[in-house]
Every structure is written in structure tokens, then in C-alpha cells.
Ligand binder design. Structure first.
Ligand SMILES: Nc1ncnc2c1ncn2[C@@H]1O[C@H](COP(=O)(O)OP(=O)(O)OP(=O)(O)O)[C@@H](O)[C@H]1O
Ligand SMILES: O=P(O)(O)OC[C@H]1O[C@H](OP(=O)(O)OP(=O)(O)O)[C@H](O)[C@@H]1O
Length: 217
């Protein structure tokens, strides 16, 4: 049996066409089913639904053989025990620093002020501010990061930005782009050794589907 870990929402939705290219169709819709293990049209392939941040952990410890996870999540996890063969070019966004529109970030940095930064992405934020030589107090949050500067919890946030609409709706402005993000296919190193014959064709089909998508028509 091959087990693929996906999270509900954009990762699931955007992985479906790649699975289709590998001849795999998921037989139930996670938005209507309460099941966490979804069968596919391939009797030896199943999908397990986990929190986005748990995908690397499932694959690392053998709860799944493969998984699809954002580069952001992968960096925070550390990536140990995981082979990352493919950038799937899906769920594209960026990790950025944002502040209230009335906060003068540039001069705070120039003056060497200590910044309070709220984020779910503490590893990425720590590394980024350390590389700039900016002293920060990191405040770990698990969601609704945009609220932190509005309530005085933090001076800045490090969060994902795509269209910028969430920042705009909350009167925040993007002041630094830290890195571009897309999702990766991760494979457990153990599964790659033990189930090579079944996993390799799936990797090849994904890889072909991605290269077709990126060729301009
Ligand atoms: N607005 C967005 N546009 C494009 N990609 C995004 C966007 N937001 C998140 N992503 C990518 O999709 C991944 C999954 O995001 P999703 O919102 O489904 O889970 P989450 O709510 O961040 O995770 P968790 O449920 O574990 O807290 C992120 O890790 C990121 O790589
Ligand atoms: O720049 P934008 O296009 O507005 O996208 C950015 C938002 O997208 C993500 O949230 P999402 O909508 O996935 O909600 P959730 O992660 O809080 O569930 C992310 O946490 C940002 O808040």
C-alpha cells in the first residue's frame, strides 16, 4: 500500500491534477466526507488527510510514504528523514514581513530598535532577522497573524502573502519579501528504498505533468 498525506483545501485541490496525470483519482471529496482515509481508483494507493503542518511529520515517521507540503512548512519542520524530489509549482505564495501602515519599519531597523515579531514561521523569521542583524523578540502564533500588529501584540508579522488582499483588508503593508514559496513532494527515505518500484512511476508522472504545465503554450 502507498499512502499519500495531503491537507484539505488548496494543497488537496492543486495536487488532484498531478495525481490524475499519474492515473490516480481520489474517490471521495474531503469537503463532503468526514473520512480521513480516502480510497483512490488504484487499490494500492490511498490518501490520508492531515493538518498542513503535520504532513512532514507523517512522512518522517512512516505514517505516510509521500506527502505534499509547502516549502514554508518544510523549513519549519527541518526536513529530517525526508527526500524532496520535486517542486510541484503549486500553492505559490511568499513569506513576507508586514507592519501597520503607520509603523515606520525602515527607521526602526535603521535605529537598531528591538522589534516584536509575531509569526507561525519562527525558524524562517529568526534566520531572516539574524542575517539582517536586527534584534527581534519572536512571538509564536498559530493563525490570524494579521491581528498582532493591530492589537499591539507585535510591531511586525512574518506571514504568507499571495494577492496581498488579507494584508490590505487589515491595514497592513508588506515591507520585506523573505522568500518565494511553493509546495514540494516529500518522500520518506525508508519508503523510497522499500517501495521504489511503486513510487518511482508516481514521481515520474508528477514530474512530467509539472514540466508540461510550465511550458508556455
Ligand atoms: N494564500 C495562499 N496562496 C497560495 N498558497 C498558499 C496561501 N496560503 C498558504 N499557502 C500554501 O499552502 C500551504 C497550506 O496552507 P493552508 O492554508 O492549507 O494550511 P494552514 O492553515 O497554513 O496550515 P495548518 O492547518 O496546519 O495551520 C502553506 O503551507 C503554503 O505553502
Ligand atoms: O495575500 P492573500 O492572497 O490574501 O493570501 C494570504 C493569506 O492566505 C493564507 O491564509 P488562508 O486564506 O489560507 O487562511 P488560513 O491559512 O488562515 O486558513 C495566509 O495565512 C494569509 O493570511
Amino acid at each position: 500500500m502507498i499512502t499519500l498525506a495531503l491537507s484539505k483545501g488548496r494543497i488537496f485541490d492543486e495536487t488532484l491534477p498531478l495525481l490524475a496525470a499519474a492515473g490516480i483519482q481520489v474517490l471521495e471529496d474531503p469537503e463532503t466526507s468526514r473520512k480521513l482515509i480516502l480510497p483512490t481508483n488504484q487499490p494500492d494507493v490511498r490518501v490520508v488527510l492531515v493538518r498542513a503542518t503535520d504532513v512532514p511529520t507523517y512522512v518522517e515517521y512512516g505514517g505516510a510514504d509521500l506527502g505534499v507540503t509547502g516549502k514554508d512548512t518544510l523549513i519549519e519542520h527541518g526536513g529530517q528523514g525526508l527526500y524532496q524530489p520535486l517542486d510541484l509549482q503549486i500553492a505559490k505564495c511568499r513569506v513576507s514581513v508586514a507592519v501597520r501602515s503607520d509603523f515606520d519599519y525602515a527607521s526602526a531597523v535603521r535605529q537598531g530598535s528591538r522589534l516584536k515579531v509575531a509569526t507561525k514561521y519562527t525558524a524562517i523569521a529568526r534566520e531572516f532577522f539574524a542575517s539582517k542583524g536586527v534584534h527581534v523578540d519572536l512571538i509564536k502564533l498559530y493563525g490570524s497573524m494579521e491581528l498582532a500588529p493591530l492589537t499591539g501584540l507585535a510591531d511586525a508579522i512574518v506571514d504568507l502573502v499571495s494577492t496581498g488582499k488579507t494584508l490590505e483588508a487589515n491595514n497592513l503593508v508588506e515591507v520585506e519579501q523573505i522568500m518565494d514559496i511553493s509546495s514540494r513532494l516529500v518522500v520518506s527515505q525508508a519508503a523510497l528504498k522499500l517501495k521504489q518500484a511503486r513510487i518511482r512511476p508516481i514521481l515520474d508522472a508528477f514530474s512530467q505533468a509539472i514540466s508540461k504545465q510550465s511550458v508556455p503554450s
